[in-house]
Design a protein around this ligand. Structure first.
Ligand SMILES: Cc1cc2nc3c(=O)[nH]c(=O)nc-3n(C[C@H](O)[C@H](O)[C@H](O)COP(=O)(O)OP(=O)(O)OC[C@H]3O[C@@H](n4cnc5c(N)ncnc54)[C@H](O)[C@@H]3O)c2cc1C
Length: 495
């Protein structure tokens, strides 16, 4: 009976698939390129500070609770809701908007900029909610065996949403709001998908409904890495081993069966079933050497932003900074047009700041704060030279100091920067693209790299670049879809 499983990669996708399988009696082992688990959901401990290095919040919390129920465990970490969800400041004005879930309270802040905001917001969210309920279960939580199967599934979606396919996120928001402030703030969610509102389909306005109404945003007590620590503990109880510092480079196969994988030291790794949590497109190209996933072919696909991330330990309390903060400029359209391709956009960067120690005081020494900045930048196709990184980082720190009215430069006692080069090298991300393949209509559903291999019947994929997509809740769903595939395969070969 095919029961041994090898998982390549200890990211959230690998860890959650491992737990699902081990709970069903499979004997699972994981190998990981880096020296710790978590992948992009990771942590940096330095100079007495703790930083979340990637995700700093999650939405769709019920995907985590459903996962725990599927595995028959208590969720091994505690999370709390964020309200306000985040704050937004434009360089053109000292005003800061707080994105409260209470729509009346939110509307109060737009009384001078967007007349009838409350009414408009309710109508916008009603439409986003309709989109959410009419698509999520049908389209996002399904495996597809062919493009035809996918298109047939799409046809089950209420035809009233047909026009949504022909509009972008920005155009959809514009139908409800008129002022620059309101439209730009409501369109920000598209950046969470790693693209801009101008190249993201209006279908994703359903995310506005998930953030304000359906669920919300959550942070984890003690920092996001508690998710990984909790999962690793659960895996230990199931005798799942994780071997670190092991990177798969090559393979050997016989016909349609993958026999073994080879790591950087030529050690062989084999199992009845192999699950790849490394990026589903990159692995097919780099390890399986499939021509349709060559570097040249991948370069032609559309990828999410390259992140420039900055981790600062500051020797002062910063009571003026909230948990999640967006600092935007005053050239939104021009910025969005250039941000992914033109390094000049970095002269006036837009960025996000997370104050981890605000809610988790243990993450910084007493009287100090740990700050995490994410600035979307062009991926390595469009900016490969990062010798100017300190200059760019200094300009972001100066801008931030100006916005909060306090010069933090002399107070910085710890400073670490990851450019897209680091993101690429640490996690094998194509050209340093932080969230993986973008969610264009021709890169989702049956058009995204599949969660089963085209050639090897015993190989499956899980994670952000296979279905359904990127972000922590999507990766949890991805583990459910991969698990279903594996169960079907096992049933077929052991009738
Ligand atoms: C800066 C940043 C901020 C983000 N913020 C958020 C957020 O706030 N909320 C949210 O929901 N999502 C966020 N995301 C997205 C989220 O981090 C990812 O969608 C998710 O963590 C991806 O998980 P994964 O398991 O698919 O992949 P990964 O985390 O990339 O895991 C894959 C693992 O495979 C390993 N690996 C790769 N190649 C090999 C190989 N050949 N051999 C062995 N091992 C290999 C890697 O080292 C890695 O550990 C953010 C991402 C970034 C970069």
């Amino acid at each position: 009976m095919a029961k041994n499983v090898l998982i390549v990669g200890a990211g959230l996708g690998g860890l959650t698939t491992a737990l699902r399988l081990s709970k069903k009696g499979y004997k699972v082992e994981i190998i990981e390129k880096n020296c710790n688990a978590g992948g992009r959901l990771n942590q940096l401990k330095k100079d007495g500070f703790t930083f979340d290095t990637g995700p700093s919040f999650f939405s769709m919390s019920y995907e985590f609770t459903e996962f725990a129920k599927d595995c028959n465990i208590e969720l091994p970490f505690r999370y709390y809701e964020l309200d306000p969800l985040y704050s937004v400041n434009f360089s053109r004005s000292p005003k800061t908007y707080y994105l409260y879930k209470n729509i009346a309270k939110l509307a109060e802040q737009f009384k001078d900029t967007e007349p009838d905001f409350e009414e408009k917001m309710k109508r916008y969210l009603a439409k986003s909610g309709q989109l959410f309920h009419d698509t999520v279960d049908i389209v996002i939580k399904s495996n597809y065996d062919s493009v035809f199967h996918y298109l047939r599934t799409l046809m089950k979606v209420n035809p009233v949403h047909g026009m949504a396919l022909f509009r972008n996120f920005w155009q959809q928001v514009r139908r409800y709001f008129k002022s620059e402030d309101a439209v730009q703030i409501m369109s920000l969610v598209a950046f969470f998908l790693g693209r801009t509102p101008f190249d993201t389909s209006s279908v994703y306005t359903l995310l506005s409904y998930t953030e304000f109404i359906h669920d919300g945003y959550y942070n984890v007590e003690g920092g996001m890495y508690k998710i990984v620590e909790g999962l690793v503990e659960e895996l230990e109880k199931e005798n799942v081993t994780i071997t670190y510092n092991t990177e798969i480079k090559s393979y050997s196969a016989e016909g349609t069966r993958l026999e073994y994988l080879l790591d950087q030291n030529n050690r062989k790794w084999s199992a009845d079933i192999i699950v790849i949590n490394s990026d589903a497109a990159v692995f097919r190209g780099q390890v399986f050497r499939r021509p349709e996933f060559s570097v040249e072919k991948l370069d032609k696909k559309s990828w999410t932003m390259g992140p420039l991330t900055i981790y600062l330990g500051v020797d002062s309390k910063l009571s003026e900074v909230n948990h999640h903060n967006y600092y935007l400029g005053d050239n939104f359209k021009d910025y969005a047009d250039k941000v992914f391709k033109n390094p000049d956009s970095l002269q006036k960067p837009y960025y996000y700041v997370n104050l981890l120690s605000g809610q988790n005081p243990d993450c910084a020494p007493e009287g100090a704060e740990s700050l995490f900045f994410v600035c979307p930048v062009p991926d390595l196709r469009f900016k490969s030279d990062w010798s100017d990184r300190d200059e760019i980082v200094d300009s972001i720190i100066d801008d931030f100091s100006r916005r909060i009215g306090k010069d933090i430069k002399p107070l910085i006692v710890s400073r670490t920067v990851y450019t897209p080069v680091d993101w690429q090298n640490q996690f094998n991300l194509h050209r340093g693209s932080g969230l993986g393949l973008a969610h264009d209509m021709l890169q989702i559903g049956a058009f995204r790299p599949k969660n089963y291999d085209e050639v090897f019947k015993n190989v499956f994929y899980v994670g952000a670049s296979t279905i359904p997509g990127t972000g922590l809740p999507m990766v949890i769903i991805s583990s459910k879809l991969a698990f279903r595939r594996i169960e079907e395969y096992t049933a077929k070969i052991n009738p």
